[in-house]
Ligand binder design. Structure first.
Ligand SMILES: Cc1cc2nc3c(=O)[nH]c(=O)nc-3n(C[C@H](O)[C@H](O)[C@H](O)COP(=O)(O)OP(=O)(O)OC[C@H]3O[C@@H](n4cnc5c(N)ncnc54)[C@H](O)[C@@H]3O)c2cc1C
Length: 130
Protein backbone atom coordinates (compact mmCIF):
# COMPACT_ATOMS: atom_id res chain seq x y z
CA UNK A 1 0.00 0.00 0.00
CA UNK A 2 1.25 3.48 -0.85
CA UNK A 3 1.93 5.90 1.94
CA UNK A 4 2.27 9.66 1.80
CA UNK A 5 4.70 11.67 3.88
CA UNK A 6 4.63 15.42 4.08
CA UNK A 7 7.77 17.56 4.16
CA UNK A 8 8.26 21.28 3.84
CA UNK A 9 11.25 20.72 1.54
CA UNK A 10 12.53 17.87 -0.61
CA UNK A 11 16.11 17.90 -1.80
CA UNK A 12 16.79 15.76 -4.86
CA UNK A 13 20.37 14.52 -4.93
CA UNK A 14 23.11 14.01 -2.36
CA UNK A 15 26.09 15.44 -4.19
CA UNK A 16 27.93 18.49 -2.92
CA UNK A 17 24.88 20.71 -3.59
CA UNK A 18 22.37 18.48 -1.82
CA UNK A 19 24.56 18.01 1.25
CA UNK A 20 25.11 21.77 1.47
CA UNK A 21 21.38 22.42 1.04
CA UNK A 22 20.56 19.91 3.79
CA UNK A 23 23.09 21.44 6.16
CA UNK A 24 21.86 24.99 5.61
CA UNK A 25 18.23 23.93 5.97
CA UNK A 26 18.75 22.12 9.24
CA UNK A 27 20.94 24.92 10.58
CA UNK A 28 19.00 27.97 9.46
CA UNK A 29 15.45 26.63 9.26
CA UNK A 30 15.15 24.15 12.14
CA UNK A 31 11.36 24.41 12.10
CA UNK A 32 11.17 23.10 8.52
CA UNK A 33 10.96 19.38 7.82
CA UNK A 34 12.87 18.04 4.87
CA UNK A 35 13.98 14.84 3.21
CA UNK A 36 17.20 14.40 1.27
CA UNK A 37 16.72 11.89 -1.53
CA UNK A 38 19.47 10.22 -3.53
CA UNK A 39 18.56 8.00 -6.47
CA UNK A 40 21.85 6.12 -6.37
CA UNK A 41 22.97 3.78 -3.62
CA UNK A 42 25.83 6.06 -2.64
CA UNK A 43 26.18 9.73 -1.94
CA UNK A 44 28.78 12.04 -3.48
CA UNK A 45 27.14 12.58 -6.89
CA UNK A 46 29.80 13.28 -9.52
CA UNK A 47 32.54 12.04 -7.23
CA UNK A 48 30.91 8.67 -6.73
CA UNK A 49 29.77 8.28 -10.34
CA UNK A 50 33.11 8.96 -12.03
CA UNK A 51 35.98 6.81 -10.84
CA UNK A 52 38.35 6.84 -13.78
CA UNK A 53 42.05 6.89 -12.93
CA UNK A 54 43.40 10.35 -12.22
CA UNK A 55 40.03 12.03 -11.71
CA UNK A 56 40.47 15.20 -9.71
CA UNK A 57 38.91 18.60 -9.26
CA UNK A 58 39.68 21.39 -11.72
CA UNK A 59 39.62 24.19 -9.20
CA UNK A 60 40.85 24.38 -5.64
CA UNK A 61 38.90 22.49 -3.01
CA UNK A 62 38.96 25.43 -0.61
CA UNK A 63 36.54 27.05 -3.06
CA UNK A 64 34.60 23.97 -4.18
CA UNK A 65 34.32 22.50 -0.67
CA UNK A 66 31.83 23.28 2.07
CA UNK A 67 32.12 26.61 3.89
CA UNK A 68 30.92 24.93 7.09
CA UNK A 69 33.48 22.12 6.85
CA UNK A 70 36.51 23.28 4.90
CA UNK A 71 38.52 20.87 2.79
CA UNK A 72 40.82 19.08 5.26
CA UNK A 73 43.59 17.95 2.88
CA UNK A 74 46.81 19.82 2.23
CA UNK A 75 46.65 19.39 -1.55
CA UNK A 76 44.34 22.11 -2.87
CA UNK A 77 43.34 20.06 -5.93
CA UNK A 78 41.30 17.08 -4.73
CA UNK A 79 41.61 13.49 -5.91
CA UNK A 80 38.21 11.98 -6.79
CA UNK A 81 38.28 9.36 -4.02
CA UNK A 82 39.26 11.99 -1.44
CA UNK A 83 36.41 14.26 -2.53
CA UNK A 84 33.96 11.36 -2.34
CA UNK A 85 35.12 10.55 1.20
CA UNK A 86 34.97 14.23 2.15
CA UNK A 87 31.33 14.49 1.01
CA UNK A 88 30.39 11.26 2.81
CA UNK A 89 32.14 12.25 6.03
CA UNK A 90 30.61 15.71 5.95
CA UNK A 91 27.09 14.29 5.63
CA UNK A 92 27.79 11.98 8.57
CA UNK A 93 29.44 14.63 10.71
CA UNK A 94 26.61 17.13 10.36
CA UNK A 95 24.06 14.36 10.97
CA UNK A 96 22.23 14.31 7.65
CA UNK A 97 20.03 11.34 6.85
CA UNK A 98 20.09 10.48 3.17
CA UNK A 99 17.31 8.28 1.80
CA UNK A 100 19.10 6.47 -0.96
CA UNK A 101 18.58 3.91 -3.66
CA UNK A 102 16.38 3.59 -6.75
CA UNK A 103 13.16 4.00 -4.85
CA UNK A 104 14.21 7.51 -3.78
CA UNK A 105 14.39 8.94 -7.29
CA UNK A 106 12.01 11.84 -7.59
CA UNK A 107 9.92 11.32 -10.72
CA UNK A 108 7.76 14.36 -11.22
CA UNK A 109 6.55 17.43 -9.45
CA UNK A 110 2.97 18.61 -9.78
CA UNK A 111 0.51 20.68 -7.91
CA UNK A 112 -2.41 19.03 -6.21
CA UNK A 113 -5.95 20.39 -6.31
CA UNK A 114 -6.62 23.18 -3.89
CA UNK A 115 -9.29 22.69 -1.27
CA UNK A 116 -9.58 26.45 -1.00
CA UNK A 117 -11.73 27.05 -4.05
CA UNK A 118 -11.39 27.49 -7.78
CA UNK A 119 -8.42 29.32 -9.15
CA UNK A 120 -6.26 28.58 -6.11
CA UNK A 121 -3.43 26.13 -6.62
CA UNK A 122 -2.78 23.38 -4.10
CA UNK A 123 0.48 22.41 -2.47
CA UNK A 124 3.21 21.06 -4.72
CA UNK A 125 3.49 17.32 -4.68
CA UNK A 126 6.54 15.29 -5.60
CA UNK A 127 6.11 11.73 -6.81
CA UNK A 128 8.86 9.37 -5.83
CA UNK A 129 9.87 5.87 -6.82
CA UNK A 130 9.21 3.55 -9.73
C1 LIG B 1 36.43 15.51 -13.45
C2 LIG B 1 35.54 16.58 -12.91
C3 LIG B 1 36.11 17.69 -12.27
C4 LIG B 1 35.31 18.71 -11.78
N1 LIG B 1 35.90 19.75 -11.14
C5 LIG B 1 35.14 20.77 -10.70
C6 LIG B 1 35.74 21.88 -10.04
O1 LIG B 1 36.94 21.94 -9.83
N2 LIG B 1 34.94 22.89 -9.61
C7 LIG B 1 33.59 22.86 -9.80
O2 LIG B 1 32.92 23.81 -9.42
N3 LIG B 1 33.00 21.80 -10.42
C8 LIG B 1 33.71 20.77 -10.85
N4 LIG B 1 33.12 19.70 -11.47
C9 LIG B 1 31.69 19.68 -11.61
C10 LIG B 1 31.09 18.89 -10.45
O3 LIG B 1 30.25 17.93 -10.96
C11 LIG B 1 30.35 19.85 -9.51
O4 LIG B 1 31.15 20.85 -9.04
C12 LIG B 1 29.73 19.21 -8.29
O5 LIG B 1 30.33 18.00 -7.88
C13 LIG B 1 28.30 19.01 -8.65
O6 LIG B 1 27.64 18.68 -7.47
P1 LIG B 1 26.08 18.62 -7.44
O7 LIG B 1 25.69 18.13 -6.08
O8 LIG B 1 25.51 19.91 -7.88
O9 LIG B 1 25.66 17.57 -8.59
P2 LIG B 1 26.05 16.03 -8.74
O10 LIG B 1 27.41 15.76 -8.21
O11 LIG B 1 25.77 15.70 -10.17
O12 LIG B 1 25.01 15.29 -7.81
C14 LIG B 1 23.65 15.18 -8.17
C15 LIG B 1 23.08 13.99 -7.43
O13 LIG B 1 21.66 14.01 -7.62
C16 LIG B 1 21.21 12.68 -7.83
N5 LIG B 1 19.93 12.81 -8.55
C17 LIG B 1 19.74 13.27 -9.81
N6 LIG B 1 18.44 13.28 -10.10
C18 LIG B 1 17.76 12.80 -9.01
C19 LIG B 1 16.39 12.61 -8.72
N7 LIG B 1 15.43 12.87 -9.62
N8 LIG B 1 16.05 12.12 -7.49
C20 LIG B 1 17.04 11.83 -6.58
N9 LIG B 1 18.37 12.03 -6.81
C21 LIG B 1 18.72 12.51 -8.00
C22 LIG B 1 22.31 12.03 -8.63
O14 LIG B 1 22.29 10.63 -8.51
C23 LIG B 1 23.56 12.65 -7.97
O15 LIG B 1 24.05 11.87 -6.90
C24 LIG B 1 33.90 18.66 -11.93
C25 LIG B 1 33.33 17.53 -12.56
C26 LIG B 1 34.13 16.51 -13.03
C27 LIG B 1 33.48 15.31 -13.69
Amino acid sequence: MRSTKHYDVLIAGAGISGIAAGYHLQTNCPDKSFALLEARDAIGGTWDLFRFPGIRSDSDMYTLGFSFRPWPEEDRIGEGADIRRYVEETAEEVGLTVLRGGRQRSRRCRRGRSRRGPGRRGRPRLDIAP
